[in-house]
Design a protein around this ligand. Structure first.
Ligand code: SAM
Length: 291
């Protein structure tokens, strides 16, 4: 089977299997070989690797993954694509297509079955309508994942990589950076897809940490603080945390904790680093448990 990574072969397969790109599943197929080669080299895939691909579509990226990796498990929600995938992947014996929703699939079981529970790599041209839930699920699932290299909307990639003080910095930046170190590998023009998406895209690589960058007593509480801080990002941190009823902290407690950290009581959440949010969370936990 020829590579699909050009407009002619992509159209031919869609026609042969009477397929049209489904908007509801975020189907924008890659048609640029150069971009595919860069994804493979950026993801640093070798024969020792097992790759989890999300949304193989008609198999465009999967063909490249099958050649570079030892094993590929590709989770695709749309069963209408299965006959085309059988055809386009017929010359590879190291690929398994799993017809499931990635938001429901048991990722631990996939890692166990295809890689004996060792760390896997995730590579995907993600369906944009579920970018954030998919990434958070992968990061939070507790399954060993060495890296996640994915094509996503450029705007979301910018938010994942942003630091304190930037307009893109927010709860998503902190959630991602708690688990992984993000690096934007390249920007990708809408012309590299069929059909052409209405947004700009970028490939981001999230490399899992060997040791976490911060330790925090109660990560759940830290993320509740972060969410509250950015829900009202124009307010001072003292006001946004005290206004968030579920946190049960007073203005005095927050300003006291900030003062002990050497920060002003008028700071906004958007200026705090992950390390500072972790420290603030620990200080407020201590206040609540001693109360
Ligand atoms: N990998 C192909 C490529 O690069 O040309 C297709 C990428 S397309 C942007 C996204 C793919 O994800 C589609 O094949 C779509 O059907 C699939 N998809 C959408 N939602 C999904 C879900 N919840 N679970 C698994 N696959 C999904």
């Amino acid at each position: 089977m020829a590579y699909l990574a050009n407009p002619q072969n992509t159209m031919a397969i869609l026609k042969k299997y009477d397929l049209t790109a489904q908007k509801k599943y975020g189907q924008n197929f890659l048609i640029d070989a150069n971009v595919l080669e860069k994804i493979i080299s950026g993801a640093e895939i070798g024969k020792e690797d097992c790759v989890l691909e999300i949304g193989p579509g008609i198999g465009t990226l999967t063909q490249y993954l099958a050649e570079a990796a030892g094993r590929v498990a590709a989770v695709e929600i749309d069963r209408h694509l299965l006959p085309a995938l059988e055809d386009t992947l017929s010359s590879y014996n190291n690929v398994t297509v799993i017809n499931e929703d990635i938001l429901k699939a048991d990722i631990g079981q996939i890692a166990e079955k295809y890689h004996g529970g060792r760390a896997i790599k995730v590579v995907a041209n993600l369906p944009y309508y579920i970018t954030t839930p998919v990434i958070l699920r992968l990061l939070e699932c507790g399954v060993p994942i060495e890296s996640i290299t994915v094509m996503i909307q450029k705007e979301v990639a910018d938010r994942m990589g942003a630091g304190p003080g930037s307009k893109d910095y927010g709860a998503l930046s902190l959630a991602v950076q708690y688990y992984a170190s993000p690096q934007i590998l390249m920007q990708v023009s809408a012309n590299c897809f069929f059909p052409r998406p209405g947004v700009d895209s970028a490939v981001i690589r999230l490399a899992g940490y060997e040791t976490p960058p911060v330790t925090v007593q109660d990560a759940k509480q830290m993320f509740a603080l972060i969410r509250a801080a950015f829900n009202q990002r124009r307010k001072t941190l003292v006001n946004s945390l005290a206004n968030a009823g579920d946190l049960q902290v007073s203005k005095a407690q927050v300003s006291d904790a900030l003062m002990k950290m050497g920060l002003s009581a008028t700071v906004r959440g958007e200026t705090l680093t992950l390390k500072e949010f972790a420290e603030l969370s620990d200080r407020l936990t201590a206040v609540n448990t001693s109360a």
